[in-house]
Design a binder for this molecule. Structure first.
Ligand code: SAM
Length: 232
């Protein structure tokens, strides 16, 4: 691991199983490492294949919210093993795709498994979400799919996202946003020895209201949020 500050035991497990050719892990986590979106939850079969398909749909929901189009530069922060970049590469043309991650092992996996279509470019870059190694106003959309709770500072990340976005660009994130009850998520993980030892460092205390305040403080325009009634 390039950065000793990053401790994500669940990725140790996922990368080990992928390395060993575990077919179930391959189907469930070989592309995306996030939860899924089922448009019709009643039809979920909860197989690894079904889970992988729902995880793909989750990425589609998120980059659709960012109004992604052909001929754009799109930055996926905390890009995992490259699944959202792969999906964008398959669906859009003449796009410049950037995937950023702290963990070089995940980037190496992404580089091996995701190949740019001839009209697109893909670059996987090692770096920190809170100090983006990209120029001011250089990207049309910033995505952060289910990773912001690991970042050391949400405000710093939002400031960095705003800095690299072109005027009129979009930031789309997904997070575990609790309802407006303060306190219970902290209680959940502080009293649970298993969660931190498996997920490493994380903070899931950010309500939609906190996001609204923070995005306003940082200087983003009005926040659009969707309550994910169908996300599992
Ligand atoms: C739950 S995974 C999500 C991965 C990917 N977005 C996906 O949906 O498949 C969280 C990701 O955030 C990355 N990450 C954690 N802290 C980071 C940081 N400070 N800067 C960049 N990436 C980070 C992890 O290495 C991991 O790839």
């Amino acid at each position: 691991m390039a950065n000793s500050a990053l401790t994500l035991p669940y990725f140790d497990l996922i990368l080990k199983q992928l390395d060993q050719g575990d077919a179930i892990f391959e189907q469930a986590f070989g592309r995306h490492v996030h939860w899924g979106y089922w448009a019709n939850p009643d039809q979920a079969t909860y197989t690894a294949k079904d889970y992988g398909a729902a995880a793909e749909q989750m990425s589609v929901e998120i980059y659709s919210a960012a109004q992604v189009q052909d001929h754009q530069t799109i930055l996926d922060v905390g890009c995992g093993v490259g699944g959202t970049v792969a999906s964008l590469n398959e669906r859009f043309t003449n796009v410049s795709l950037l995937g950023l991650n702290l963990d070089e092992r995940q980037l190496a996996y992404a580089q091996q498994t995701v190949t740019a279509r001839p009209e697109n470019t893909i670059e996987f870059v090692q770096g920190d979400a809170c100090a983006l190694p990209f120029a001011d106003q250089s990207v049309d959309a910033v995505l952060a799919v289910e990773c912001i709770f690991h970042f050391p500072d949400r405000k710093q990340f939002l400031q960095e996202a705003l800095r690299v976005l072109k005027p009129g660009g979009w930031l789309a994130i997904s997070d575990f946003a609790p309802f407006e009850m303060e306190g219970w998520p902290a209680f959940l993980w502080q009293s649970n020895p298993v969660l931190p030892s498996f997920y490493g460092s994380f903070d899931v205390t950010y309500t939609l209201q906190k996001y609204r305040i923070l995005s306003g403080q940082v200087g983003f325009g009005a926040m659009q949020s969707s309550i994910p009634s169908k996300i599992y």
